[in-house]
Write a protein that binds this ligand. Structure first.
Ligand code: DX5
Ligand code: ZN
Length: 228
């Protein structure tokens, strides 16, 4: 096996709690349970076009903004993200990530998000080559490597994305940039460790945190693994 980047515990990995698997009737409580252990809240917005399901949007972000100081990262699985940026900014989103697959001009979205006071990320589906993000790295907060096909929580990790994590990390380091590589889908302590070893800096997890009997303890275990 080709040696990949070595996970350096001096640069601890971060955990993003993805609320898609949370109990939405008690969303504030669920976020408060995991907040002491995670660095970000990951909010999956789906429009029933880019992906079949419909999920949540700025109204939920606005409510969460009142109950946590953690950065709110909105992962937009939508066909026309540009049209929604202003609403997400007004709702209190800190970071907005759009899918490369739907963008004619990624620079335009990144620039518009910045003008609205948000940091921007670019996401790639498991079948999309990661090189498409390279021209924009300097202006990005994060590269989001999907490790399941987007749309649903609870799927199995697709390990063929590991070389994409390595490739993104290599390119970021080659330019001396501080861009996070976030991995999203099927993340637990085992798969998360492999992603960190490949060069990821952020692990987004929904089911392994919120479907656990004790979400706070599950978040703490994932975070302690990520911190080495
Ligand atoms: C999938 C979403 C993920 C999802 C991850 O389309 O983007 O953020 O919540 O869920 P798990 O961790 O259960 O795979
Ligand atoms: Zn997501």
């Amino acid at each position: 096996m080709r040696p990949g980047p070595v996970y350096n515990p001096a640069m601890p990995g971060k955990v993003a709690a993805s609320i898609l698997s949370a109990d939405f009737a008690y969303l504030a409580d669920q976020v408060k349970l995991v907040a002491p252990h995670v660095e970000l809240i990951h909010i999956d917005a789906m429009d029933a076009h880019f992906v079949p399901p419909l999920s949540v949007g700025p109204v939920v972000v606005e409510s969460l903004r009142k109950v946590t100081d953690l950065p709110l990262h909105c992962h937009l699985m939508v066909e026309r993200p540009l049209d929604l940026l202003e609403d997400f900014a007004q709702s209190g989103a800190d970071i907005v990530t759009c899918h490369l697959e739907v963008l004619d001009d990624p620079a335009k979205v990144i620039e518009h998000a910045g003008r609205l006071g948000m940091r921007a990320g670019l996401a790639v589906n498991p079948d999309t080559p990661v090189d498409g993000v390279c021209p924009y790295l300097e202006d990005l907060d994060r590269v989001l490597v999907m490790s399941v096909n987007p749309g649903w929580a609870g799927q199995d990790f697709i390990e063929t994305v590991l070389p994409k994590i390595e490739a993104a990390r290599t390119e970021i380091d080659r330019h001396g940039l501080r861009v996070d590589v976030e991995v999203d889908g099927g993340i637990n302590e085992r798969t998360g460790h492999r992603c960190l070893a490949a060069g990821a800096t952020v692990l987004a997890a929904a089911s392994s945190i919120f479907k656990a009997s004790d979400p706070g303890a599950a978040a703490a275990r994932l975070a302690s693994m990520a911190k080495g």
